[in-house]
Write a protein that binds this ligand. Structure first.
Ligand code: FES
Length: 87
């Protein structure tokens, strides 16, 4: 299903860009131009990113799940934990 009719970008393509590391509509736009013409698709892209499980979301989840004594202060600190959890 098309998310961005201006550039013919599908949900699947947005998910692929998210899996490759795009975390924001702006980063999706840099990857495939979706959202850069009329802007009518930006909320749909944002909704897709919110539901996904991209690298940043994994880091945020790792921060949320850390034991209180081990709580990471930033997502960057949690990234190695997220990698360990996935391994
Ligand atoms: S529908 Fe995506 S920029 Fe217009």
């Amino acid at each position: 299903m098309f998310v961005c009719s201006c550039f013919g970008v599908t949900e699947e393509q947005v998910r692929e860009h998210a899996a490759a590391g795009a975390c924001t509509p702006r980063q999706i736009a840099s990857s495939c131009r979706a959202g850069t013409d009329c802007g009518g698709c930006v909320r749909r892209i944002q909704a897709l990113l919110g539901r996904g499980a991209g690298p940043r979301r994994a880091a945020v989840a790792a921060v949320a799940e850390a034991a209180p004594g081990e709580r990471a202060r930033t997502a960057a600190e949690a990234l190695p934990r997220a990698g360990r959890a996935a391994a």
